[in-house]
Design a protein around this ligand. Structure first.
Ligand code: ITT
Length: 209
């Protein structure tokens, strides 16, 4: 196992997702720690309905862990708009497919605040057992109109704090600096590299950070 960030040894994690852009982002985020990510093609992420991203990710992971001993993770994420009391949140995928970016812009037509945050929750397991969850968020502002062609989902309307660009105007490398997903995955990487030095706990209640 790796002795830490910057070592030459390549670690392989597996990601269960139907979203290829999430895959690319995961590789960019974990690549910083010499961790390579491959897709577990034969698996589908099954999503329960819940208001809690961590619960959605953990439940999806539990099903995957019944069928593989590989180091594997799933991620659940969403856009939480403050003025809409956190909507669409855990329903972001469905809302994106039905109302789209324009739907969110319409809902915010007369909103006083355009503050929002993207949240990400990563559930990681290995040897057939859930080991840990990592969550993160990125705050920002919903724009009046979409800008940019890159990324996916609500990227064209979201500008993270401390920047002027929407996620869709950023190269992958730049989105990796700010994104909720990248921050949650960095927590996973740092935890894993640290635990690897001690020996990963095999029997444990998944911990959350
Ligand atoms: P999985 O197969 O991994 O579930 P998914 O795209 O369906 O892929 P989620 O269920 O986590 O992922 O849905 C999150 C939705 O929230 C996603 O479809 C987007 O609409 C939105 N979203 C999450 N992260 C985003 C990001 O970084 N940029 C833009 N939109 C994002």
């Amino acid at each position: 196992m790796s002795e830490g960030v910057g070592t030459q040894e390549l670690i392989e994690f597996y990601f269960v997702t139907g979203n290829d852009q999430k895959m690319e982002e995961a590789n960019a985020a974990l690549g910083q720690y010499d961790i390579h990510v491959s897709k577990l093609e034969e698996f589908q992420k099954l999503e329960i309905q819940s208001n809690d991203l961590e619960e959605i990710a953990s439940t999806a992971l539990a099903l995957v862990l019944q069928r593989t001993a590989k180091p594997v993770f799933v991620e659940d994420s969403g856009l939480f708009v403050h003025e809409l009391n956190g909507f669409p949140g855990p329903y972001s995928s469905f809302v994106y497919e039905t109302l789209g970016v324009e739907g969110i812009l319409k809902l915010l037509d007369s909103a006083k605040s355009r503050k929002a945050e993207f949240r990400s929750s990563v559930a990681f397991g290995m040897d057939g057992k859930a080991v840990a969850n990592f969550s993160s968020a990125t705050e920002g502002v919903i724009q009046l109109q979409g800008r940019g062609e890159k990324g996916f989902g609500f990227d064209p309307i979201f500008v993270p704090m401390w920047t002027q660009k929407t996620f869709a105007e950023m190269e992958l490398k730049e989105k990796t600096i700010y994104s909720h997903r990248s921050k949650a995955l960095s927590k996973l990487a740092l935890w894993f590299l640290n635990e690897s030095k001690k020996g990963i706990p095999k029997e444990s209640k998944p911990q959350s950070t």
